[in-house]
Design a protein around this ligand. Structure first.
Ligand code: NAD
Length: 276
């Protein structure tokens, strides 16, 4: 299975579908990433907060795949925000991953009340200038936080990784991203599996295409231009989630899914989430 790339605003290419490892132990991540790489995934999304950068790194090395074929994302945790702390946290993540450059580094949450994301972003710019990171981006950033980063640093984040699924479609933020050349990356693309995948409208579309509801949801993301990083530790589902390039949803299917939006998050609200 070959996954198409999207071009980021800094010219780098990123696979449109990758593999997420949130809430997976170090050992489980090693195994799941090995399975995913065998199935054709080339992009992996981890974070220092997930505690599985070492297992992820072991699986990347064990794959024997050339480094340039892999796209690795990790994230700077909230308690590491600030210029010097960021530089140290980046080194620690790279040691755990066992890599000498990173494809994409994200500020995990803006924590606007702490007011440290600008200093953090300046450290990201420095690491990119030094050639240690190919692309720099953010996660869970609101329009206000994105505007401030762009206005004060002159650099547009390559990516904003945000909660996004049919029950929480984020049309306003997606339009802002489009206007400014920021790529939308969807976390919890399957709504973390809770409820969403049992939706009767998705079941009907899935049946009509002889696919599963998870495949229909991932296909919808791809057709609206999102990068997606579904997570599973079950080999059958890992394979199912990348097998989404051999069919198309029609305009009626897309309209039905657009109408499922309930504005319902599964995760915290970034405007108020300050856990450090
Ligand atoms: P997800 O939407 O990918 O859902 C994963 C869950 O869905 C699985 O645990 C499983 O229960 C179910 N599932 C997966 N494949 C299935 C299938 N084919 N059929 C039926 N059920 C299936 O949720 P997620 O893990 O929260 O998000 C994906 C990735 O996004 C994470 O692993 C992580 O890398 C990233 N993420 C980032 C943030 C952030 O703050 N930046 C937050 C959460 C997640």
């Amino acid at each position: 299975m070959t996954v198409p790339d999207v071009r980021l605003n800094d010219g780098a290419m990123m696979p449109q579908l990758g593999f997420g490892v949130f809430q997976v132990s170090d050992e489980e991540a090693e195994h799941a990433v090995e399975v995913a790489l065998r199935d054709g995934y080339r992009s992996v999304d981890t974070a220092s907060a997930y505690g599985n950068e070492e297992g992820t790194g072991r699986a990347l090395r064990a794959s024997g795949l050339p480094r340039e074929e892999l796209f690795v994302t990790t994230k700077l945790w909230n308690s590491d925000q600030g210029y010097d702390r960021t530089l140290r946290a980046f080194d620690a993540s790279m040691r755990r991953l066992g890599l000498d450059y990173l494809d994409l580094y994200l500020i995990h949450w803006p924590m606007p009340g702490h007011d440290t994301y600008m200093d953090t972003w300046r450290a990201f710019q420095k690491l990119q200038e030094d050639g240690r990171i190919r692309s720099i981006g953010v996660s869970n950033f609101t329009v206000d936080a994105l505007r401030r980063v762009m206005d004060e640093s002159g650099t547009v984040p390559a990516v904003n990784q945000i909660e996004l699924h049919p029950y929480f479609q984020q049309d306003g933020l997606r339009a802002f991203h489009r206007e400014h050349g920021i790529h939308t990356e969807a976390w919890a693309p399957l709504g973390q599996g809770q409820g969403l995948l049992d939706d009767p409208a998705l079941a009907r579309i899935a049946q009509a295409h002889d696919r599963t509801p998870a495949q229909v949801v991932l296909r919808w993301h791809l057709q609206i231009g999102n990068v997606v990083i579904p997570k599973s530790v079950t080999p059958r589902r890992i394979a199912e989630n990348i097998d989404v390039f051999g069919f198309d949803l029609g305009p009626d299917d897309m309209k039905t899914i657009a109408e499922l939006d309930k504005g319902a998050r599964v995760g915290p609200d970034p405007a108020t989430f300050e856990m450090a």
